[in-house]
Design a protein around this ligand. Structure first.
Ligand code: IMP
Length: 456
């Protein structure tokens, strides 16, 4: 794989950044197209570091005619000379990461010392996935007060239970623990009975089947995985600081997105990590003043997978049309994504929380051909109009979007390569976004390929 982009595929330039490091973060509910932007921007950086999430995220990048699907390994891996890091804030499913390592090697990538996993990162164990499913099943059980309730709709990848064990401490396993399987055996003899007791109780409550986990079987499962992972496990924070001190640049890649942030997202319909750019610092050990650039990734419309409020969701033909045009099906679970008009109330909020200094507007081509486009500029909640993004999921559920309608662009935009090539109505659409959220659009994506990118 070439390290610099071949001219035929490269966009004309890249967004100008302030000196220092940069974070790339989704500003909606995920799947905004971060993978493509990270892949493009990597050319300007020496290191790509992921700071949160696990195999719940998924990104596909297209290079030439090949499509690569990745869940854990940063998309910067496609550039062989760049260091790719999974920071301590990531939760690592060893089987999934080994699958990706093997898959990328099969495609001819070298993948050696250019891929490191923090020894402080937590390990997603098979019982975490079982717990994820049983916890969700238990939560939606009918009871005396509620016959139905909407579940979180997790990806089932064990993310929540793994982060919960991180907070509980006594039942956690970290990457460093994998380096000594004898010591880990002792640890698992303490952890596994506790997990089995909890899981059995959840299984009894829900009527689901449950087979207790056995320490020996877990160790047998881990042994060959550890052999592959061992050379990649390292104390990554000091290594990042060494790179910083030597003048190298780091791109911090956020998984999931700001509306799924455990603290600032649409709680409880969120994931279990700090996916906003605020997570960069605890998730890698690099302090805030190092990162003056935050590129917010935004889809030209809104999508969401899983449960939770989404004020601009469209249950009609328009929503269906967006889903089909944008191929809006989950990379991780294959679930159809819920689609709707762009929500600028949510976007203004997330741009502020993540401190976005520029916006990359993705999938603009999907909106080509609509007679008119709508953007949500306020909510009506309990008869009052507000541009505030509420903390309470019930209020957000009740929010009716107040729309501004703008004329659509009927011409396809996928061949546009310069801002001036865009139809006037597309430019006007971008102008409404910039004016409402007060952050400049510095990059526009008009198709999945690298060259289908406009840089302003
Ligand atoms: P979990 O992260 O598997 O616990 O899922 C919690 C919620 O976050 C669910 O609604 C998921 O669909 C959603 N979610 C987690 N990661 C992503 C992502 O990368 N893209 C979109 N939705 C996600």
């Amino acid at each position: 794989m070439p390290d610099t982009l071949p001219d035929a595929q490269a966009p004309a330039g890249l967004p100008t950044l302030k000196p220092g490091h940069a974070a790339i973060v989704g500003l909606q509910w995920g799947d905004e197209g971060k993978g493509k932007v990270v892949d493009l921007m990597t050319a300007q950086f020496d290191v790509v570091a992921r700071y949160n999430g696990g195999a719940n995220a998924g990104h596909s990048v297209e290079v030439g005619n090949k499509r690569y699907a990745l869940h854990l390994i940063p998309s910067g891996i496609l550039h062989e000379s760049k260091l790719n890091v999974l920071g301590n804030g990531v939760v690592v499913d060893p089987e999934q990461v080994v699958k990706e390592i093997t898959g990328l090697r099969d495609q001819g990538l070298k993948l050696a010392e250019n891929f490191l996993i923090s020894d402080r990162a937590h390990v997603v164990m098979p019982y975490h996935k079982a717990q994820d499913q049983l916890q969700e099943a238990a939560y939606v059980m009918p009871n005396a007060m509620d016959q139905t309730v909407e579940g979180i709709g997790t990806t089932g990848r064990g993310i929540g239970p793994c982060y919960a064990d991180k907070a509980l401490r006594s039942t956690a396993v970290r990457m460093t623990d994998l380096l000594d399987l004898d010591a880990l055996a002792h640890q698992l003899h303490r952890i596994v009975p506790i997990k089995n007791t909890t899981l059995k109780a959840l299984a009894d409550y829900t009527g689901e089947a449950f087979e207790p986990f056995k320490v020996d079987a877990l160790l047998d499962w881990l042994r060959p995985l550890v052999e592959v992972l061992r050379p990649h496990i390292a104390d990554t924070a000091p290594l990042l600081h060494k790179r910083i001190a030597s003048g190298q640049r780091i791109l911090f890649e956020g998984a999931n997105a700001t509306l799924l942030d455990i603290d600032h997202g649409t709680y409880p319909y969120v994931t279990s990590s700090n996916c906003s750019s605020l997570g960069v610092h605890p998730g890698t050990g690099v302090a805030g003043h190092h990162v003056p650039n935050v590129l917010g990734i935004v889809k030209a419309y809104q999508t969401r997978v899983g449960g939770g409020p989404m004020p601009t969701e469209l249950h009609d033909e328009t929503g269906e049309r967006i889903r089909e045009a944008g191929r809006e099906y989950g990379t991780t679970t294959g679930r159809p994504r819920r689609c709707g008009w762009l929500d600028l109330v949510a976007l203004r909020y997330t741009a502020q929380i993540s401190g976005a200094t520029g916006i990359a507007l993705m999938l603009l081509d999907v909106l080509a051909g609509f007679e008119e486009l709508k953007v949500c500029t306020a909510y009506r909640i309990d008869g009052r109009t507000t541009d505030r993004f509420p903390a309470d999921a019930k209020q957000l559920e009740a929010a009716e979007p107040v729309y501004e309608t703008v004329p659509g662009f009927t011409e396809p935009v996928d061949d546009c390569r310069r801002f001036d090539d865009l139809p006037d109505n597309a430019k006007a659409y971008l102008a409404v976004i910039e004016k409402t959220i007060g952050v400049p659009v510095v990059l526009v994506s008009v198709g999945p390929r690298r060259d289908q990118t406009i840089v302003r």
